[in-house]
Design a protein around this ligand. Sequence first.
Ligand SMILES: [Zn+2]
Length: 77
Amino acid sequence: MGIDCKHLWNYISEYLDWTLLNETRETVQKHLDHCEICSAILDSTRNMIILVADDRIFELPVGFSERLHARIDLELT
Ligand SMILES: [Zn+2]
């Protein structure tokens, strides 16, 4: 399985930025292939970044990742 969900969330923004090492990227990709929760999170994070980029604001809203993680915790329990 490689890494668990909580570890993967640390890599999502780098995954989307293509700044992960190939080895890490592969691990993340494998996890995403079998984990619906993380795939959904990746999609919503990507959409969020596109929205934010369209407004020419390059930082995620304050508290975004905390709210995201709280939501994920709910889905996992
Ligand atoms: Zn996962």
